[in-house]
Design a protein around this ligand. Structure first.
Ligand code: ZN
Length: 276
């Protein structure tokens, strides 16, 4: 079965989001651990988490994605910004110990002019502070489009972060079809070649999750503009190849396309029909 869902609001709690997911034919979903622009996370509600646990089992959910705040920049050139980022990273991971079957996904960060080597070092230091031998949560670095001074635009950068982390058994990557295409990985004309390269540099066993998006911008543009499935530069055929590729087809996919619930429902229905 295709494990697919989309980004959903958890303003009414995780259980409510799981019900929304079920109502649109999804068996996974993604949520922000806190306001995407940063700020305080909500109090932990164990009743909500227990109800989530039950319904995820009942409906055979694939792992769900907890996405870190966009403002969390572990590679910032400002000490206060880094300290805030380090604090929310630790807090997110602490909270996720309570939520079952969840992958933590975050944007590695932006070096803001310090150079990618320094940026990578700062990210590695933060992860080494946050992840100890007791960490059981799968933590995934998201591959980025490479806009501005973003780190994670290449497999080499992601690999350098993974290699620097002491307890990296549960550290992997989330690939985003839009970001891959924008950062110069031609998943439209050479998906096999891209996967081979990921395997050679990082190892496909580290790829645990996929963000499935079409793109509003051209190949190798280093821009990050998601489009609804089939309406963008990647196109429906390439997206169908991704969900059916033998090396990817069993992973959980979450859509982050510009849609309301109804639009997501249509995309999920369509992709389920195309799954072989
Ligand atoms: Zn993301």
């Amino acid at each position: 079965m295709l494990n697919i869902g989309c980004h959903l609001s958890v303003s009414k709690g995780l259980y409510s989001a799981a019900l929304d997911a079920i109502s649109i034919g999804a068996n996974t979903f993604q949520f922000f651990t806190r306001n995407p622009r940063g700020g305080k996370a909500k109090e932990i509600d164990m009743e909500d988490i227990n109800k989530l646990k039950q319904i995820m089992e009942e409906y055979k959910f694939a792992p769900i994605f907890a996405h870190g705040a966009y403002t969390m920049n572990l590679a910032s050139n400002k000490k206060e910004t880094r300290e805030f980022a380090n604090m929310i990273l630790k807090d997110d991971l602490e909270r996720l110990k309570l939520i079952p079957n969840t992958y933590y996904i975050f944007h590695p960060g932006s070096h803001v002019g310090q150079g990618s080597e320094t940026g990578i070092e700062l990210i590695v230091n933060a992860l080494n502070e946050a992840i100890d031998e007791n960490n059981n949560t799968i933590v995934l670095l998201e591959g980025m489009s490479g806009k501005g001074t973003e780190i994670g635009r290449s497999m080499e950068e992601l690999k350098a972060i993974i290699d620097g982390v002491n307890y990296n058994e549960n550290l992997g990557i989330c690939i985003d079809s839009c970001h891959l295409y924008s950062s110069g990985y031609d998943i439209v004309n050479d998906l096999d070649g891209v996967l081979e390269e990921i395997d050679k540099i990082i190892g496909l066993d580290r790829v645990k999750a996929v963000h499935l998006n079409d793109s509003k911008v051209e190949f190798n543009s280093n821009k990050d503009r998601h489009e609804v499935i089939g309406k963008g530069t990647i196109g429906l055929e390439a997206i169908i190849n991704i969900i059916n590729h033998p090396l990817l087809k069993n992973l959980p996919f979450n859509l982050e396309t510009p849609n309301e619930l109804d639009g997501y429902k249509k995309e999920i229905e369509m992709l389920r029909k195309e799954y072989r």
